[in-house]
Design a protein around this ligand. Structure first.
Ligand code: A3P
Length: 286
């Protein structure tokens, strides 16, 4: 039986591994440290990929760590039950952390710290399709009957972590802050080397060209698909059936294989209304 949601501050969260007290604690009392590095995304935007890249930058491309520790434990999701505990127990820095929280529920301590956030944006049409194949088919959130139904839920923000439009609007408002780097899934795909260099420069790290090659090689779609520590294959079958793949297609534009012309139009209209006034370069897709 699929679960529904955990609700906090009017937003739906996945039903497994979350509770409202922990989300509240992550928001109100969790203390972020200046040396913390956080990957923040709306789900299905390339979160796991960014974490893999950050872990590999940390080890200068050596894959030993990414092949021996589950990705979730390397970079815990601060608002989940297990991730919150791992975060507060982790004494050695710098901590690699992860969150899908919208800006208004993000740890308050962030706003007076130098902790670094990398926020990854992805074409929401692709986020919707990726979410349909994940949330819609796993037992982590409300079960979906059809893509048509999931499309409606997504547009209304009735999916895990609420509205994509609100999430992105909130986070990109911090784009001028020195400790926030906004990147897109699409630029990671198009120019992976440049993007990794950008991340290194943001983090104040220098990699040799050969180390950078290793980061690229070990964070490729194929390498991640095969890495049991990163592809969620360790999750119980009753939550994520074996045929549901987190590392699924890994390409921009898969939405074109799914949306009807009417959905394409409706999405475009909503996007234009909700994202009005934001610079087009924030959204580097067609
Ligand atoms: P698709 O479902 O479109 O294939 P998240 O980690 O935020 O849940 O995002 C999952 C999406 O990122 C999936 O998209 C997945 O295939 C894609 N992804 C994961 N690792 C990737 C990689 N190394 N290269 C490209 N895409 C990747």
């Amino acid at each position: 039986m699929a679960q529904d949601y955990v609700w906090y501050a009017g937003l739906p969260f996945p039903a497994v591994g979350y509770n409202s007290e922990v989300i509240k604690a992550a928001h109100e009392t969790l203390v972020l440290k200046d040396e913390d590095i956080l990957t923040v995304t709306y789900p299905k935007s390339g979160t796991h990929w960014m974490i893999e890249v950050l872990c590999l930058i940390h080890t200068k491309g050596d894959p030993k760590w990414i092949r021996s520790e589950v990705l979730f434990d390397r970079a815990p999701w601060i608002e989940t039950e297990r991730g919150y505990q791992l975060t507060i127990d982790r004494k050695e820095g710098p901590r690699l952390l992860t969150s899908h929280l919208p800006i208004h529920l993000f740890p308050k301590s962030f706003f007076s710290s130098k902790a670094k956030v990398i926020y990854v944006i992805r074409n929401p049409n692709d986020v919707l399709i990726s979410g349909y194949y994940f949330w819609g088919l796993t037992k982590l959130a409300k079960e979906t009957e059809s893509l048509e139904q999931y499309f409606e839920w997504f547009m209304q923000g009735h999916v895990p972590y609420g509205s994509w439009f609100d999430h992105v609007r909130g986070w990109v408002s911090l784009r001028e802050k020195e400790n926030v780097l906004i990147l897109s899934y699409e630029e990671m795909k198009k120019e992976p080397r440049n993007t990794i260099e950008k991340i290194c420069s943001f983090l104040g790290k220098v990699l040799e060209p050969a180390e950078l090659d290793l980061v690229l090689e070990n964070s490729s779609f194929q390498a991640m698909k095969e890495n049991k520590m990163s592809n969620l294959s360790h999750m119980p079958e009753e939550l994520i059936p074996a045929d549901i793949k987190l590392i699924r297609k890994g390409v921009p534009g898969d939405w074109k294989n799914h949306f009807t012309p009417a959905q394409t139009q409706a999405f475009k209209k909503t996007f234009q209304e909700k994202m009005a006034g934001l610079p087009a370069e924030l959204f580097p897709w067609d």
